[in-house]
Design a protein around this ligand. Structure first.
Ligand code: SAM
Length: 281
């Protein structure tokens, strides 16, 4: 059936479109966006403007990036520039580092109701720019939000938890039921408030930290003695780390190798990284 001119375009599954309809939740999210004077607010995936409109009631400048050309066109005709600068494109290809300078600001305050497919890549991208992104208020699947705030030893604690908590303080701000969205998703959502603090847990060698965390969680059900055996030896000898060497390094870092990846805190991973880097030097 032909859609009448001016009708709202159908939600596109491939862009993870679930539009937030609940007015109270829209306003509550916008209320969490309290930028510092030198912050530029960036909205990821404005869609039909559910959060964009209350944000523009509160801000004099907003940059938004939307991948769907039809929605971008509608947003452009609804909101003039200024106050809204709309970038049509993929947030994962956006030059985040250049944005604040282009707008005469220093840092980014990111807000968005993220499509599931790009949630982890966006979080890792923001992490890469932890010195530039001051804060992020993100609506995510509740299950992912719970992973972000999980404590060591819990089922949801994983690589994402460790990587984000190394450089950020994360708060679960509120939950949103599926009925607040159209089309209705199959899962609950939650809003997280992420404050980036690049040296929150200090790490001497970031590349090595990332490698150790990745290898540990690649086999999260195994004891660390076995999971970490896949790491390269820190010395000039090359090849995988020998069991005796691993035991020595873990002992120096006060890590019990009979435990599992999910039992180590961010500080434990940082200490192990320090010992590893020291013996490579
Ligand atoms: N913010 C709106 C709301 O709350 O109703 C829409 C949220 S919807 C879950 C996700 C939005 O992100 C959609 O508008 C979708 O087109 C857009 N999107 C999906 N992938 C994107 C990408 N890689 N870059 C920018 N926007 C994207």
């Amino acid at each position: 059936m032909k859609r009448p001119p001016g009708a709202r375009p159908r939600a596109r599954k491939r862009f993870g479109q679930h539009f937030l309809m609940d007015a109270e939740a829209r306003a509550a999210i916008a209320d969490l966006v309290r930028p510092a004077p030198d912050d530029l607010v960036l909205e990821i995936g404005p869609g039909r403007g559910a959060i964009t409109a209350p944000l523009l009631d509160r801000l004099d400048r907003l940059v938004a990036v939307e991948i769907d050309r039809r929605l971008a066109g509608q947003l452009r005709s609804r909101f003039p520039d200024p106050p809204l600068r709309l970038i049509e494109g993929d947030v994962l290809r956006l030059d985040l580092a250049a944005l604040p300078g282009e707008e005469g600001r220093r840092c980014l305050f990111v807000v968005g109701n993220l499509p599931y497919d790009i949630t982890a890549p966006v979080l890792f991208r923001l992490r890469e720019h932890a010195g530039l992104v001051r804060r992020a208020v993100l609506t995510l699947q509740k299950e992912v939000a719970e992973r972000l705030v999980a404590a060591p030893g819990s089922r949801r604690y994983g690589r994402l938890t460790v990587m984000l908590n190394q450089c950020a303080r994360i708060d679960l701000a509120r939950q949103i039921p599926p009925t607040a969205f159209r089309p209705v998703p199959r899962v609950d959502s939650a809003v997280v408030d992420i404050e980036f603090l690049p040296g929150r847990v200090s790490v001497v060698d970031m590349g090595r930290f990332e490698q150790i965390v990745k290898v540990a969680f690649a086999q999260r059900r195994k004891m660390l003695r076995n999971a970490l055996a896949a790491l390269p030896s820190p010395g000039p000898e090359g090849g995988a780390v020998a069991p005796g060497r691993l035991a020595d390094l873990a002992g120096r870092a006060r890590i019990d190798l009979t435990r599992r990846a999910e039992n180590l805190s961010v500080h434990d991973y940082a200490r192990l990284t320090g010992v590893w880097a020291e013996s490579a030097a």
